[in-house]
Write a protein that binds this ligand. Structure first.
Ligand code: DX5
Ligand code: ZN
Length: 239
């Protein structure tokens, strides 16, 4: 029996909330880091449901981004924001507890990090650990990885994150192959959240929502426009 989020956690968590409305998750990877607190507030006030927080270790993906202490500072500054943490790192099992303490509401880790060549821990044990820390849990599939690799794990997660790019950098072009991946997951897991990340903006959102996605992460589309245009971008994306 898969462990489910505690009912109280579910109600405070837009991902597991029974209403299951489509959510937009501004990804702060493309924000101005010199004023990150202000950028998070702007995205939240513009209607962002979740703040997508990309963590990269330079090993699983060829870039470095964000960390535990930065999240703790942002959460202290914006206590009512919900942080959707996307771990693009090896050994995600070592970081579940630090990110929970720092204020993460949801943790997604990569299926590629579970490979034995990367000393990957057992995915099922990690799902349980993440939930026992009060967070919802997701599994991410990188662009080049066949979606079927996630099939066996689908019944055990709250969210599947389908990458529409190769993980590592904001500002890449959306790969339409992600649409079939979303349809595949939606067929097998009708009640699981499907997040799409990479090259997503108002132009891509209608087809993604139609295919069955219900959480849209976007960095460039939200942060590379002026703050007063962000509300309109987010409203268009939500459909
Ligand atoms: C990339 C990150 C994405 C990134 C998306 O590996 O996981 O969340 O911020 O950036 P855009 O929306 O610019 O493609
Ligand atoms: Zn991401």
């Amino acid at each position: 029996m898969p462990t489910q989020a505690h009912p109280e956690t579910a109600l405070n968590n837009p991902i597991t909330h029974p209403d299951r409305l489509p959510l937009v998750a501004p990804s702060i990877l493309a924000a101005n880091y010199a004023k990150l607190g202000e950028e998070c507030r702007s995205a939240r006030d513009a209607g962002g449901d979740l703040l997508h927080y990309d963590v990269m270790d330079g090993h699983l993906v060829p870039n470095l981004a964000l960390g535990v202490d930065m999240l703790a500072s942002l959460k202290a500054d914006l206590p009512d924001a919900f942080f959707d943490v996307h771990l693009m790192i090896e050994r995600p099992d070592l970081f579940a507890e630090p990110f929970a303490k720092a204020g993460a509401g949801h943790l997604t880790f990569h299926i590629e990090a579970m490979d034995p060549s990367r000393r990957g821990a057992d995915a099922r044990a990690l799902f349980d650990k993440v939930r026992s820390l009060g967070m919802s849990v997701g599994i991410a599939i990188d662009g080049p990885t066949p979606i079927e690799k996630a099939d066996a794990l689908l019944p055990h997660v709250d969210l599947v994150l389908v990458m529409a790019i190769r993980a590592g950098f904001a500002g890449q072009a959306f790969d339409p192959a992600a649409l079939d991946k979303v349809r595949h997951v939606r067929r097998l897991a009708p009640n699981t959240r499907i997040e799409v990340d990479g090259g997503v903006g108002p132009k891509q959102s209608p087809a993604l929502l139609e295919a069955g996605a219900d959480v849209l992460a976007a960095a460039s589309a939200v942060f590379k426009v002026s703050p007063n245009e962000r509300a309109s971008v987010i409203t268009q994306m939500r459909g």
